[in-house]
Design a protein around this ligand. Structure first.
Ligand code: FAQ
Length: 311
């Protein structure tokens, strides 16, 4: 009966074992996972756009090949994640409809423009860096298919972060104009990167429940702090200044102190009013419509094959 199933679920989570697709799970647990995994999948797919804009304008064949590979990896991440959502009974077409109608969101970070090639480096360094901080603990998430997808995603994200750092390292050793491009890009992306971790804990409606279920392992503010602590020494090595006058090592806490991101801006961007929200969704909608014939052809092919196998 249900009490027994619930007790088994609670025991699985408490013992740090994985919940698998066929196991009984509370409706709220399933709904929370579909929400988070779908948003994560949408982020990977929409996240192809800001960097994808630079594929045709990459400054060398080498940089173009690297960028191509990275953007392709992001498509792959989106696909594993939609696959993980499907194991919970979600329908992928329905998730796409919810994204396109604005009922489901994607990460705020992808609503900012990429103005120069230095932005490609800064996205790799800061945005992928933040993604790694957030996602390494998700490799131990209580839901098996999500946790396993994260293992592979994190390996690829680490490579992405290194390529961003290497690009910036090269630019910082280039001309004064190149260093200026890096400075400008870091200034624009630093605060939005901190916002990726979500609202502060006191204003995060989902955190407590998700942590009790061990979907999330750390709170938004804990991960934001971890990201700052990891990034400041990297900035020092690169020779770039992060645009936060409050940034300072706090000996007593053993962490860096830092300023407060503009959470009103985060709310606006999540709400649809960021610099590129309309553009990103329009492009995703157009790609979906342009791809309709491929989906129709694939379905027709699958149906014909199934019919042939039955005959
Ligand atoms: N943007 O109660 P909480 C990548 C929403 S990395 C938009 O704290 P939760 C790699 C939140 O959904 C980016 N919405 O929520 C890459 C909720 O709204 P809802 C993707 C945000 O879930 C790099 C509401 O605010 N990574 O793609 C944001 O406990 C380069 C209240 O918030 C992931 O999705 C935001 N920044 O914690 C690709 C990681 N923050 O759903 C290409 C997995 C909060 O109730 C290029 N996700 N919201 O309508 C998570 O870890 C969590 O979902 C959080 C939010 C931490 C994002």
């Amino acid at each position: 009966d249900e009490a027994e199933l619930r007790a088994h679920f609670e025991a699985t989570v408490a013992a740090d074992r994985r919940v698998e697709p066929r196991d009984w799970m509370p409706d709220g647990y399933r709904a929370t996972l579909v929400r988070q995994i779908a948003q994560h999948a949408h982020s990977e797919i929409i996240g192809m756009q800001p960097e994808g804009d630079w594929i045709t304008r990459a400054p060398s064949l080498r940089r173009k090949a690297i960028l191509f590979a990275k953007v392709q990896d992001e498509a792959g991440h989106g696909l594993y994640l939609y696959g993980a959502a499907e194991t919970l009974g979600a329908d992928r077409d329905e998730l796409t409809r919810r994204l396109l109608s604005g009922r489901q969101k994607y990460s705020s970070i992808f609503n900012y423009p990429t103005l120069t090639f230095a932005d490609v480096g800064v996205i790799g360094w800061l945005v992928d860096g933040a993604a790694i901080c957030n996602q390494v603990p998700l490799c131990r998430s209580s839901y098996g298919p999500y946790a396993r997808a994260m293992v592979r995603v994190c390996k690829e994200e680490s490579f992405h972060q290194r390529q961003g750092y290497e690009l910036l390292w090269t630019m910082m050793r280039g001309t004064p104009a190149q260093r200026e491009l890096v400075r400008d890009a870091v200034d624009r992306w630093w605060w939005p990167s901190l916002m990726m971790f979500g609202p502060p804990d006191a204003a995060s409606p989902n955190s407590a429940r998700s942590m009790a279920w061990r979907i999330k392992r750390h709170s938004n503010d804990e991960l934001r702090q971890r990201f700052v602590d990891m990034t400041v020494p990297q900035a020092e090595r690169l020779g770039v200044t992060l645009p936060d006058p409050e940034l300072a090592w706090n000996e007593e806490r053993g962490h860096y102190d830092f300023g407060t991101p503009d959470f009103a801006e985060l709310a606006r961007v999540i709400g649809g009013d960021g610099p590129c929200n309309a553009e990103r969704l329009a492009r995703r909608t157009a790609a979906h419509e342009d791809g309709a014939w491929v989906r129709a052809a694939a379905s027709a092919h699958a149906a014909r094959r199934a019919a042939r196998e039955r005959a």
